[in-house]
Design a protein around this ligand. Structure first.
Ligand code: NDP
Ligand SMILES: O=C1OC[C@@H](O)[C@H](O)[C@H]1O
Length: 384
């Protein structure tokens, strides 16, 4: 009998902005897909480009032990016009996502753009329009959504296994030494207003992601709607970015989300302690689901049935925990890369796990939080 083995689909990548997170992402990209049983696809690193120097691109490739075939480039324009590249991963600071994504989309490349996809909703909408006009794939790199834990939790909520979600709490906070260790160099990106830094766009987006996963994404299409938003923001006086932001979201179906972020207090003094608070708590009528810190890289969840004095336990199962450690020794960024590969292979221009409409909705929430606090990014960063 003839063999029916199908060749895996190969997605060919170009890396734009060879910095901190690009290293982690590209190392994951180079991890064989077989180590996570994703045998239907493979990734190939074609090139990495630095706008600062060719040496920086070379150092980047050698620091991740890239194959000798990977090409260092000293220009983003050369990268996006390289004929062997299918998709560009954009990993520059927030301030530059819009212009760099435009550059890549205009050159007809598919794009995976780091979070937040742009600095405001109007820019995201403009990118979506451009991607559609060019007929290419676009996805915000909200890697959290592609983790097996996110997929399972969303699936459980969607199937009604925990009842109706009433309230979601989510936090991502780190104590960052913004005056010391993080006051100069790399860490400055976090608080540099000129790079659209600050807690909300950098970390708070993950808290909002969990609120949206449970109260928007998992809801039936016809019940999805933009939330009413109330918020509070404290600024970091030396730069004017936000150092602490809390958001309450009221969704049309009655669900409430509480999304918080801070650069001044950690989520917990010791996140590994058994008494550390959960990073995410999804409260539904039949059970609670909790996810430990850090919420951006979820590797386990615990489901606890609700109970009350009169009726006892409401669900017909006992508390249980599910763990999905990241496979293949990677960081977990390959899950989003795999999602891009499968979408592009299947001719899809957007991911149903990270839909573009949700990137727009989350960006609208962040716009309204910033509006309420009078926070705008300088130097035309908010323009189209
Ligand atoms: N998914 C995740 O877990 C994480 C995501 N991120 C996101 O990734 C993005 C990049 O973060 P990170 O890697 O820490 O950033 P870096 O500070 O390491 O910068 C990345 C690259 O962007 C370019 N760059 C840096 N500063 C500037 C500037 N002032 N103007 C123009 N280009 C600049 C440089 O590339 P070049 O040599 O080409 O100039 C640099 O190597 C952000 O959007 C952040 O939110 C960050 C950390 C974790
Ligand atoms: O996206 C991110 O997630 C992890 C954090 O350490 C980082 O600052 C942030 O940009």
């Amino acid at each position: 009998m003839a063999s029916t083995t199908t060749k895996p689909f190969e997605l060919r990548w170009g890396i734009l902005g060879p910095g901190n997170i690009a290293k982690t992402f590209t190392k994951d990209l180079l991890t064989p897909t077989s180590t996570r049983n994703a045998n239907d696809i493979t990734h190939k690193l074609i090139a990495a480009a630095s706008s600062s120097s060719l040496d920086k691109a070379k150092d980047f490739l050698s620091s991740i032990s890239a194959p000798s075939s990977a090409i260092p480039l000293s220009s983003y324009t050369d990268l996006v016009s390289h004929p062997s590249i299918d998709i560009i991963y954009i990993s520059t600071p927030h301030s530059h996502h819009y212009s760099h994504a435009r550059l890549a989309l205009s050159a007809g490349k598919h794009v995976l753009c780091e979070k937040p996809i742009t600095v405001n909703a109007k820019q995201t909408e403009a990118l979506v329009e451009l991607a559609r006009e060019k007929g290419v794939f676009l996805m915000e790199a909200v890697w959290t959504r592609c983790f097996p834990v996110s997929r399972e939790v969303v699936g459980m909520v969607r199937e009604g296994k925990v009842g109706e979600v009433k309230r979601v709490w989510a936090d991502l906070s780190y104590w960052k030494d913004v005056e010391g260790e993080f006051g100069e160099g790399r860490g400055m990106r976090m608080v540099d207003l000129g790079l659209a830094g600050g807690a909300l766009l950098d970390l708070g987006i993950y808290s909002l992601t969990w609120v949206f996963q449970a109260l928007y994404h998992a809801a039936p299409q016809e019940q999805r709607g933009a939330p009413v938003v109330a918020s509070s923001m404290t600024k970091y006086p030396p730069t004017g970015c936000d150092e602490q932001t809390s958001v309450i979201l009221a969704f049309p179906n009655g669900g409430h989300g509480i999304a918080t972020t801070s650069l001044r207090v950690a989520h917990s003094p010791d996140p590994t302690s058994p008494t550390a608070p959960p990073a995410v708590r999804i409260q539904a009528t039949l059970a609670d689901i909790i996810i430990p810190f850090p919420c951006y890289r979820p590797t386990s969840y615990t489901v606890t049935p609700a109970s009350n004095a009169e009726r006892g336990q409401l669900a017909d199962y006992d508390e249980y925990t599910v763990t999905h450690e990241v496979e293949g020794g990677g960081h977990g960024m390959f899950y989003e890369a795999d999602e891009c590969a499968r979408c592009i292979r299947d001719g899809k221009l957007e991911s149903s796990i990270v839909p573009l409409q949700e990137s727009v909705e989350v960006m609208r929430v962040m716009d309204s939080v910033r509006d309420a606090a009078g926070l705008r990014y300088p130097g035309g960063l908010e323009d189209l």
